[in-house]
Each structure stands twice: as structure tokens, then as C-alpha cells.
Design a protein around this ligand. Structure first.
Ligand code: GRF
Length: 220
């Protein structure tokens, strides 16, 4: 008798907006041999296009509308309960625009990934493209990192660079960076599902060894 195949890691995505990163993950997860399955998509905005993308892909969805909660703690507690119903092995923040409480982050330590539109540690927080332009940077990019208690401060797994052209504005730069996000995030999620990356004491372990510099997707 043939043994049942090992169950695939269960991925839960959280989004707030357009969900283009979610779409990239959905597309990747449909490829033959992808080592994980998206089991649900959660959203804090009832009208977010990400929900439509999830429904199109026949994925389970849930909404926890942050405007209905008096405190961040109450919102996160409800979000956590919704997430736990799906028993995820990995939670992917795909444009999820809420700051998470320490309790939430600790509960899912080592299982939470985020995509941030800058070459961390540069430009944590918002308006990263304009800030890179204002600083006169010639390179900019995206980082995928483990989420820890420090906002946008968790160990970086991988980065991809883009060149800043003299005629770039925040919008054109965002477009370039997003194109890289859509390639890089599925790669990192694949590594996670294959068991290749883990969160160590305060570093990323890649194939069991501490990563001294983030993995890089070449600029082209
Ligand atoms: C992305 O640019 C990501 O870097 C940031 O939020 C944006 C989400 O875009 N965290 P989308 O919803 O995936 O299209």
C-alpha cells in the first residue's frame, strides 16, 4: 500500500488592499510542485480587492474590520482566534496595513512573514518610495523579513533591488518595486514551506546556518 503524501504546509495570507502580492502567491501556489497550500485569506477592510481575488481563487476568506474595535488588543485577539481556526503553519502579511501587538507577534513567532517596500534597515514605516527619492538614493527595493516585535525590524530573509532613474517619482518607483515583490515573495514562501528558512535567536537560519546578509534577487 502506498503511504499518504505528507500534508503540505498551510499558508494563511493577511491583506488590506489591492492584494497584488496575494495574487502572486495564489499564482505561485497553483504551479505544479509548489510545496504549500493557501488555506485562507483574512482582511481588515471589508471592501478590499484582495477579498475578491481570494474569492476568484475559491479560497476561504474572513474579515476582521478594525474600525469595529476600540483597542488594538481587542482587534488582534479576534484576528488571532480567526487565524487559529485555520491551523496555519505560515502567516504571510501581504500588504496588511495594521501594526500588530506584541502578544500577536509572539504567538506566531517564526511563522510570520512580511513584505516591506524598501531595502531594510533603510526606511521602516510608510512613504518609503518618496523617502528614497528625497534622500537621492540610486538604488531602492524590497525586503522580505520575519516579523518580530520591532516594526519592520525583524531579520531580513531576502531583498531585491531596483535602480532609481532620474525621472522616477514615487509612483513609478512603487511600480518597479512591486514587480520585484511579486517575484521575490513567492520564492521566500517556497523556501519556508520547504523548511529551508527558520527564525533563529535574532537571525535567519538558511538551511540551518545563520544568514549573514540577506539573499539577493539580482537587479535587471
Ligand atoms: C506592497 O507594496 C507592500 O510592499 C506593502 O504594501 C503593498 C501592498 O500591495 N507592504 P498589494 O496589496 O499586495 O497590492
Amino acid at each position: 500500500m502506498k503511504a499518504d503524501p505528507a500534508p503540505q504546509p498551510r499558508i494563511l495570507a493577511l491583506a488590506s488592499g489591492s492584494g497584488s502580492n496575494l495574487q502572486a502567491l495564489i499564482d505561485a501556489s497553483r504551479e505544479r510542485g509548489f510545496p504549500g497550500q493557501i488555506v485562507a485569506v483574512g482582511c481588515n477592510r471589508p471592501g478590499a480587492f484582495a477579498l475578491e481575488r481570494a474569492a476568484q481563487a475559491n479560497l476561504q476568506t474572513f474579515v476582521v474590520d478594525h474600525t469595529r474595535y476600540d483597542s488594538r488588543e481587542d482587534f488582534d485577539a479576534t484576528l488571532m482566534a480567526e487565524i487559529l481556526r485555520h491551523h496555519p503553519d505560515l502567516i504571510v502579511l501581504a500588504g496588511f496595513m495594521r501594526i500588530l501587538t506584541t502578544d500577536f507577534v509572539r504567538a506566531f513567532r517564526g511563522k510570520l512573514l512580511n513584505v516591506h517596500p524598501s531595502l531594510l534597515p533603510r526606511y521602516t514605516g510608510l512613504n518609503t518610495h518618496q523617502r528614497a527619492l528625497d534622500a537621492g538614493d540610486t538604488t531602492h527595493g524590497v525586503s522580505i523579513h520575519f516579523v518580530t516585535e520591532e516594526l519592520d525590524g525583524g531579520p531580513v530573509i531576502a531583498q531585491a533591488e531596483v535602480s532609481v532613474a532620474s525621472n522616477d517619482d514615487a509612483e513609478s518607483l512603487a511600480e518597479k518595486v512591486q514587480a520585484k515583490e511579486h517575484v521575490l515573495y513567492p520564492i521566500v514562501v517556497r523556501w519556508f514551506c520547504e523548511g529551508r528558512i527558520q527564525l533563529g535567536a535574532n537571525c535567519v537560519l538558511f538551511d540551518g546556518d545563520p544568514l549573514t546578509t540577506p539573499m539577493r534577487l539580482p537587479d535587471n
